[in-house]
Design a protein around this ligand. Structure first.
Ligand SMILES: [Zn+2]
Length: 309
């Protein structure tokens, strides 16, 4: 495979510099990556990165997301995605804003936000295979008992309610949430490995790992912060071995900073818009989120010109 992108929600520049992850330290090209100005929502940030156009143009977040972020999905994105321009087989896993999955040359498992249709994959028949083997429902934080049209459980953003503070206040709920996030993240990696083996080969893959953001929004505890980072770092190393790409790129949408002393005590960590990162075996020379799609296309020998869907 040519290029693997490990898209890690909330991976933070300062945290990486503090803990010295060997794989990261050994990368020849690394830096911070800046978001689109005045944007904090991951859905919008990742969509800008994978379309190459601003939120005004791609249109994903024109709707009132905080009231009901679950309605935001790929049908609102008005521009082609990075993989739509490539002339090779792609595998896109779980990225926010890719549900419902649209046809592509390859395989897509759609990511949040979605409304629990039975089909979260393209081609559709892969979905049943994955559910039978892995009991996998898509969004990392949702427990397995969730079924179509039921209330969304155990996620910090609750359907029609906004931020669910009871999750932080109830030790049992909090524990269950944390267990679900970690378990589903591991499960997701098994799904990726399976698809890579059974439905490959691919020449491009983008694998989205969201557990760091999910956990840091409910904790400031150092050992919990460490635990989820270790899980994601191990997953990255495992996936690099599985795909064995010519090059790989690790990229995040924002960093995370503890909100202690910042006067906003809701989410334990806040998105730190100045400390998102990229690191790669290839010099993509990324400065901001708008650079991502053109740089990847360039890597595949293509020029970028934004096209509407
Ligand atoms: Zn994010």
């Amino acid at each position: 495979m040519k290029l693997l992108i490990l898209a890690i929600d909330g991976l933070d520049w300062n945290y990486l510099n503090k803990i010295k992850w060997k794989l990261w330290e050994d990368l020849p090209h690394r830096g911070k990556i800046m978001p689109e100005p005045d944007t904090m929502l991951s859905l919008s940030l990742w969509t800008t990165m994978t379309t190459g156009v601003s939120k005004k143009e791609h249109g994903l977040c024109r709707r009132g997301w905080i009231k009901n972020p679950w309605i935001l999905g790929s049908n609102f994105v008005e521009y082609k995605r990075l993989w739509d321009y490539l002339n090779c087989r792609s595998f896109i896993f779980s990225l926010v804003g890719t549900y419902p999955p649209h046809p592509l040359n390859g395989v897509m498992i759609g990511g949040v936000s979605y409304t629990f249709s039975d089909i979260c994959s393209y081609p559709p028949e892969i979905w049943k295979d994955i559910q039978d083997k892995f009991n996998y429902l898509g969004f990392a934080s949702f427990p397995n008992e969730l079924k179509k049209d039921t209330e969304i459980l155990d996620y910090i953003l609750q359907k029609d309610k906004g931020i669910d503070l009871s999750l932080l206040k109830s030790p049992e709920k909090r524990k269950r949430y944390k267990e679900n996030v970690l378990k589903s993240s591991k499960n997701g990696v098994e799904v990726v490995k399976y698809v890579a083996k059974e439905h490959g080969p691919f020449d491009f893959a983008l694998i989205y790992l969201r557990a760091i953001d999910d956990i840091l929004h409910i904790t400031r505890d150092k050992s919990e912060v460490q635990e989820v980072h270790k899980l994601i770092f191990d997953s990255c190393e495992e996936l690099i071995n599985v795909f064995n790409p010519d090059d790989f790129l690790i990229v995040s949408d924002h960093g995370l900073i503890t909100d202690e002393g910042l006067g906003w005590d809701i989410l334990c960590h806040m998105h730190d818009m100045e400390n998102g990162v990229w690191g790669s075996t290839y010099d993509f020379d990324l400065k901001d989120h708008f650079d991502v799609t053109p740089a990847i296309l360039n890597y595949y020998g293509l020029d970028f010109k934004a096209e509407r869907v």
